[in-house]
Design a protein around this ligand. Sequence first.
Ligand SMILES: [Zn+2]
Ligand SMILES: [Zn+2]
Length: 262
Amino acid sequence: MQFTVLGARGSIPISRPEFRNYGCATSCYHVEACGEHLFLDAGNGLVHAPLCTNKHAHILLTHPHLDHLVGLPFFPGMMDPQMLIEIYGSTRDGQTVRDYVDRLYSPPYWPCRVDAYPSEVRFHELEEELWIGDIRVIKAASCHPGGSDLLRVEAEGKSIVYATDFEPSDGAGERLTEFSKDADLLLYDGQYTEVEFEARKGFGHSTPMLALKTMQGSGAKRVMVVHHDPRHEDEFLARWEGELQQLDPRICFAREGMKLNL
Ligand SMILES: [Zn+2]
Ligand SMILES: [Zn+2]
């Protein structure tokens, strides 16, 4: 299973040089396994998606917040008439995934709907369990304003748990620990410092220290901190990452372009 970070910035894309090392594009991760291409979220990291040579892409949306959807119209596959793009997401506030993608990508917010692009786009409700060829995807509820999903992708004997936009409140921390059991890679929302977290309870994010504790509690083999705060510059993130790696070398912070072969 090949894993690539296409975008790991949280909340809003940024573009200044002080943020270049960890990256500026918002949430998007590519998983290639069993001959299939999966994209976890459609932040503007999706703009630099690799070519899907089988002309088939699966985009799994955790939730419809803008930072997770902003890349969709610039996914290179959207302009390819031979591409089939399947988009999965849970119903939110009574709106299906087709409803909220159409709502965002239609006038006056955007000049055309995704149906108007040359590719074929299909929408699917994200069920508790989904099979994409031999890849199994399971979801569980995250703890985030408006709702979001935790995703677990299992393929080729390996597993990735994607826990972005996640706050470990109301028992959610314990549920994620169980959901991440023995995962090969845990992606965990570490947007805030401890001080920021105390001031922003209820905003639906977490900390790198809790990422480390969740990995240790779940038996996951490694943890990658994702959804970096748009105010945290490279120098600050690198120092923080180094401090945590002193505690446990199995933690790292996602950097745009990083690849793992699981
Ligand atoms: Zn987000
Ligand atoms: Zn969100």
